[in-house]
Design a protein around this ligand. Sequence first.
Ligand code: PEP
Ligand code: MG
Length: 619
Amino acid sequence: MKSDTPPTGPMTGSAGGPVASPDRGGGSGATPGESLGGSTRAFRGLGVSPGIAIGPAHVVESGSVNIPEYPIAADAVEAEVARFNEAATKARRQIKKLKSKALVLPDSASEEIGFLLDAHLSMVTNSRLTRGVEQRIKQDRINAEAAIQAEIAAIAATFAGMDDAYLAGRIDDIREVGRRLTRNLLKQEYRAFSTLPPGTIILAEELTPADTALLDPNTIGGFATVLGGAEGHTAILARSLGLPAVLGAPGLLSGVRNGVTVIVDGLQGRVLVDPPAEVLADYSARRAARERERQGLKSLRKLPAITRDGTAVTLMANLELPRDLEHALEHGAQGIGLLRTEFMFMNRDHLPDEDEQYAELRTMVEGMGGRTVTARTMDLGGEKLAGWMAGRYGEPANPALGLRAIRLGLREPKLLETQLAAMLRAGAHGPLRILLPMIGSVAEVQKVREVMGQVARRLRRRGVAIADPLPPVGVMVEVPGAALSADALAYAADFFAIGTNDLTQYTLAIDRADEQVATLYDPLHPAVLRLIQFTIEAALRARITVSVCGEIAGDPRYSALLLGLGVRELSMAPLAVPAVKKRIRAMDLMEASRRARVIMDQSDSGRIATLLDDFNATI
Ligand code: PEP
Ligand code: MG
């Protein structure tokens, strides 16, 4: 079966269409975007969340930042200069990334935008601006944001005195660069989208996972951005919210007005700005057909996920945000296979305490009415860097390889203890499992178990009700080293959850959130499949449950392969459950196992894809 239901999992369309642009710097006069006649323009990117959204554009102004001003103590000056330099380094990285996207533009636009970005780059590289800011921090003892403001005002005053139209134009660029630096300093993630008219399409240079978590599907119709890859958490959140989204679409922001009608085609990876009436009518009809299909799939809600030859599969939901709970139940999820607790840490400047975390978790456990909830300890760090963490540890050179997930929990025991206490207490209200992210060794699991034992004893001494017996402790297998140690880990863990998003990223050395390498991100690479197979076999030998909770679990294309390899539990975005269930109910597991064996003998991922797609087309 080749599902005509759009997959909700990875969609590695090619990033970079005919156009690219810098940020909204202005000054280039180029109008990127494929012209479709009249004022209509089309952009291509990665379709990361299927569906069609049609609505008025809201262009996220990269410049809207509130600037704090405060004095700096003499002994804090050095740290403040370092903070500024960090922001400048980040700005250089961002501008270079935008510049590489501009390469796919038609020649003239590419050249013009390239010049503009070169100018921006030189403004954040040992320039009058950067030197001036450093000097003001040191001499005036003011914070970096205030120093940027003061220096830009001084440069503008000099330019104004020169009476030169070219230089007058450059001050806009300097202001743009100043806003970028300030945003980087403030690590600004929060953007208020709550006051927009219903159906609004957000267009932005980039949306962080924290920004995306604030999008309310009752208000927002969909979104598109210049930067971002198909497997980053922004994409995952889009799928979980059911919001059509296109990421990595070069040129998107140039010349788009707020309020103009935009179509986001999250399956094909297309964005159409100001489409003519006939195109609008065509997309409206497609949107209605898709909605009918979705409603049709919902009728499977009460039917079991059972193969044609009688094997039952457990379909669980991945939850990003509390509001996903309703979707999980509505779409027939049999439990929560992955609760990403990071939502409790996003868009706030203080940590949630034990009671707050307990209240959130208890709501989930009770809301699932006796179905298992798998709560993962916080996977902060990497691209999910909450504001407080950035302040504490600075900007890591390689965030995905740095202090994240369980490593952070073991480094900051209070954080882990608080979360484990909340989980143990929530476990008194219904079945709960605890899942540990980014585990690399048996020693880490043992250490967490030790901490959990201490926390449990403390709570019992205080007479607080907790799960009895203590909850099962599972390991996310998402680091190649963990997969290769699966034999040993299977005896330290009560269950496995294979995180194919990170496992693919780390095995292939492909940043899952980077649109530049999105076409190389391939969960069907034989190396990834071998690690998955090795993990499953280790779990089966040790007789522990093994699930897959990466994005491929929610894409019917992969169901036959995963089941054929021995998985009987899948966890996915709630909206993906019906389509995967449909695939499983049509599948002959004996045949799937045979095909999986053939696939595991292959060395080429293209051949593997063909074998899998052929099989899907026949059964
Ligand atoms: C994974 O890595 O596959 C996973 C499920 O975890 P996350 O996407 O939250 O990193
Ligand atoms: Mg992961």
